[in-house]
Design a protein around this ligand. Structure first.
Ligand code: SF4
Ligand code: SF4
Length: 83
């Protein structure tokens, strides 16, 4: 028995990062680097303007960055499976 898979639809699937992005308020971010230091996945970086961004699509939604950001510049929307 073989599974009936629509490969086109399968390839259209969005990643977690696209559906539940780590939202960074660039106005609030002052580039302190706290989130970059504490992210256990090491996926956050500062850009040339000293603002943080998500470099790799490997967030675990642990919440450290949101919790520790002194400027409350990060917002997470947790996927159902980790709520
Ligand atoms: S901890 Fe907050 S203010 Fe500091 S770099 Fe990260 S997002 Fe910006
Ligand atoms: S939620 Fe956790 S893994 Fe995701 S960016 Fe923030 S600190 Fe890193």
């Amino acid at each position: 028995m073989s599974a009936n898979i629509d490969r086109e639809k399968c390839n259209e699937r969005k990643t977690y990062a696209e559906i539940w992005p780590v939202e960074i308020d660039r106005e609030k971010c002052d580039g302190c680097g706290v989130c970059v230091e504490i992210c256990p996945m090491d996926i956050l970086r500062l850009d040339e303007n000293g603002k943080v961004y998500v470099k790799y699509d490997e967030c675990w939604y642990c919440g450290c960055c949101e919790l520790e950001c002194p400027r409350k510049a990060i917002k997470l929307r947790l996927p159902y499976l980790v709520r």
